[in-house]
Design a binder for this molecule. Structure first.
Ligand SMILES: [Zn+2]
Length: 244
């Protein structure tokens, strides 16, 4: 009987550890951080000419500041070669403009901070490699499945307050914690991991985005799709097969 109990409690502790207390992902910094300049420049030269895509600019309350264009992201690599240029499909761009206009009405003085928009498959592969084979790999789509970012139809976005300070969402961009998105918020509030204000801040972002036609991802407060994933995968194309 005792053995049975040990097995049961072992099972429960594993089940619980996977649901509730999956330790926070601590990325292994690479020994040799790489700056992916050739791949990123090639990709930009293609998407610049892709007629349905546009560069994200011209919105006075939106700042492009992409951690993947620096070494300061969970991979430890500089995926975008210091190039802070973001691109989107024109359908997504239109919705982003709506969102920017709506934010101006809702919270004058606030700005969007764009962490990422369209993403090449080479970058997706670097992101996936950093988590492949770990319990956190489900957080990052594999390039073969195709991230919605690859279609130029997703954004990773946050808010800056009137002082230019990041609005507190309780967890930073790209956190792998269970309460990084809406699905874990109730539990995190009960456990004191998130405050009501942090959840309210997330709700402001979600509400402005939802009213502009964006669909939020339940596991990440910062990620929004410009249409349902299935629609995007069937009706939109990725601009290129990556040559490298
Ligand atoms: Zn995303």
């Amino acid at each position: 009987m005792r053995g049975f109990c040990v097995i049961i409690s072992l099972f429960l502790s594993i089940a619980f550890s996977q649901v509730d207390t999956l330790p926070l992902f601590v990325p292994q910094k690479p020994e040799k951080p790489i700056k992916f300049c050739k791949a990123q420049k090639e990709w930009i030269s293609v998407v610049e000419k892709f007629e349905d895509w546009q560069e994200v600019r011209g919105m006075s309350n939106l700042v492009v500041k992409m951690p993947y264009a620096t070494f300061d992201n969970f991979t430890g690599h500089n995926l975008y070669c210091d190039i802070q240029r973001a691109f989107l499909h024109k359908d997504a761009m239109e919705k982003l403009r709506w969102a920017a206009a709506l934010l101006k009405k809702r919270e004058a003085g606030y700005k969007f901070i764009l962490f990422d928009a369209a993403r090449s498959n080479h970058a997706q592969e670097v992101l996936r490699s950093a988590v492949r084979g770990t319990p956190w790999q489900h957080f990052v789509s594999s390039p073969s499945k195709g991230s919605i970012h690859a279609y130029g139809m997703a954004v990773d976005i946050g808010l800056l307050d009137e002082k230019g300070t990041l609005v507190d969402m309780g967890l930073p961009y790209d956190s792998f914690a269970f309460y990084a998105g809406k699905s874990g918020e109730k539990q995190a509030l009960e456990q004191g991991l998130l405050t009501a204000t942090q959840i309210k801040n997330r709700e402001l972002l979600r509400s402005v985005m939802a009213q502009s036609g964006w669909i939020s991802l339940s596991s990440e407060w910062w990620h929004f799709n410009a249409a349902p994933g299935d629609t995007i995968r069937t009706k939109y194309v990725q601009p290129l097969p990556i040559s490298q």
